[in-house]
Design a protein around this ligand. Structure first.
Ligand SMILES: NC(=O)c1ccc[n+]([C@@H]2O[C@H](COP(=O)([O-])OP(=O)(O)OC[C@H]3O[C@@H](n4cnc5c(N)ncnc54)[C@H](OP(=O)(O)O)[C@@H]3O)[C@@H](O)[C@H]2O)c1
Length: 247
């Protein structure tokens, strides 16, 4: 890891305790950015921040539940307090308990809406005023190939990701000139995402679908690319799929 402590941007990553968020934190810290990590599993965050720091990176963390607007506000405020500014907010936390609609898993629908949609909105609500005050910033939202197409057992999950795409495009239009907005849409990627599937049929179907998964570092590379562009260049959408994936 590059020994660039204290340089680079201040980047906040939600859902940094595993998968894409964790890989993104590692990659951005290696690029010399200061990373502020949020998720509910603070044991994971503590270990990750420790590893980044041991490799000459700069990282700190805070417990975060993105379904609470107050929590997200406190997370952004703490990062600003710690590092003096907020350059990039990566709204990455997400859940994917897939099931056919007829299974009526209403609690899981609510959880997806709360984490995947409200969590992103709360991230924007917390970071935008700080970025506007600073005169600029960058919102990066993790969507999915499910933001572009609907697949079986994924109606609600895809709805949340369509929503993230719509919110990102709306924000881009409204904040042109000040705030850069990037939507990063992974195809199937190695992570713990499928662990939350409680529906037996959806869980079985996922086994074949996920067999071609690409490493989470591939998505981290895309996020690093968007962040690394010159200030006048706004990378709006990147879709990263396994080469072997037809969907
Ligand atoms: N992996 C894929 O194939 C794939 C494909 C398309 C899109 N995505 C998207 O990529 C993003 C990252 O997912 P992943 O694949 O890396 O899965 P993951 O390994 O399960 O990571 C999800 C992250 O979200 C966090 N999270 C969940 N609920 C949260 C809450 N209420 N508050 C704060 N953090 C919360 C988890 O942390 P805690 O549990 O510790 O809170 C974890 O760090 C998600 O938005 C997902 O929809 C993934």
């Amino acid at each position: 890891m590059a020994a660039m402590t204290g340089t680079g941007k201040v980047v906040l990553v939600t859902g940094a305790s595993s998968g894409i968020g964790e890989a993104t934190a590692r990659r951005l810290a290696a690029d010399g950015h200061r990373v502020y990590l949020g998720a509910r599993r603070t044991d994971r965050l503590e270990e990750l921040a420790g590893q980044i720091t041991a490799e000459s990176g700069t990282a700190a963390y805070q417990r975060l539940d993105v379904t609470s607007a107050e929590d997200v506000r406190a997370f952004v405020a703490a990062a600003r307090e710690r590092f003096g500014r907020v350059d990039v907010m990566v709204n990455n936390a997400g859940v994917m308990p897939l099931s056919p609609l007829e299974a009526l898993k209403v609690d899981e629908w609510d959880r997806m809406l709360d984490v995947n949609v409200r969590g992103v909105l709360y991230g924007i609500a917390a970071a935008l005023p700080v970025m506007t005050e600073q005169g600029g910033g960058h919102i990066v939202n993790t969507a999915s190939v499910g933001a572009y197409e609907v697949s079986h057992s994924a109606a609600v999950y895809c709805a949340t990701k369509f929503a993230v795409r719509a919110i990102s495009e709306g924000l881009r239009q409204e904040s042109a000139g000040d705030i850069r907005v990037s939507l990063i849409s992974p195809g199937v990627t190695e992570s713990e995402l499928a662990d939350s599937i409680s529906d037996e049929s959806a869980r079985e179907a996922m086994k074949t679908y996920r067999s071609v998964a690409i490493p989470a570092s591939a998505i981290a590379d895309a996020i690093a690319y968007a962040i690394g562009q010159p200030a006048e260049v706004d990378v709006n959408e990147i879709v990263v799929r396994p080469a072997a994936s037809a969907q």
